[in-house]
Design a protein around this ligand. Sequence first.
Ligand code: ADP
Ligand code: AMP
Length: 209
Amino acid sequence: MTRIVFLGPPGAGKGTQAARLAAELGIPHLSTGDMLRAAVAQRTPLGLEAQGHIEAGRLVPDDLVLRILTERLGRPDARAGFVLDGFPRNLAQAERLEQITPLDLVVAFEIPAAQLVERLSGRRICPACQTVYHVTNRPPKVPGRCDFDGTELVQRPDDRPEAVRTRLAVYAQQTAPLVDHYTRRGLLRTLDATGSPEDVARRLRQLVG
Ligand code: ADP
Ligand code: AMP
């Protein structure tokens, strides 16, 4: 059983590594950001309520995110373990998560702020399958098109500079304190998130064992 949380600032490479590690371990990659963007795309009531917060770079209210995450964690495939990416984002969410499931490991991604801005400004995603690209670091085979389904890639509205500034401030104020929280619980391991995706994946495998 491998129940892992990825903690780290926006653009640190959590989603990229989570997709890869989850595939290797045969457990689901649970990204609350992906779940919320899917709800926005489907125009569900929850998605419509979340949309303004996401696009401005603010956190979505805890009760909305918890509703979507609790439903997903309750599905049978999550019983064998999971890589949870983007949750918890504040202390209240961490406390709620403790009531839902125990954890085995929390990985804190560490990276200088200047590299975050470079990674976020070049990020493009496939709106159909959520695969993450970068215009220079991880370009698709055909420019502007997803390698897997040919869908036109898009820039996330919250990767524009103003929303990025808000997201970095929200991370520093609300999410970064979770590093201490999980250190106290003996669950935290830090990960050097600089270098190529392959370098980071190698270091991550050493942490996970
Ligand atoms: P997060 O989920 O932490 O917000 P992502 O995994 O979406 O981060 O990565 C942010 C951007 O940086 C994406 O465009 C991704 O392709 C790119 N990226 C991810 N890992 C690396 C890396 N090790 N080196 C360079 N670029 C990376
Ligand atoms: P991400 O894909 O993890 O970068 O998340 C994108 C956006 O979705 C965030 O900036 C928030 O607006 C929202 N979001 C994702 N996860 C959470 C969460 N755990 N709590 C609140 N908002 C979240």
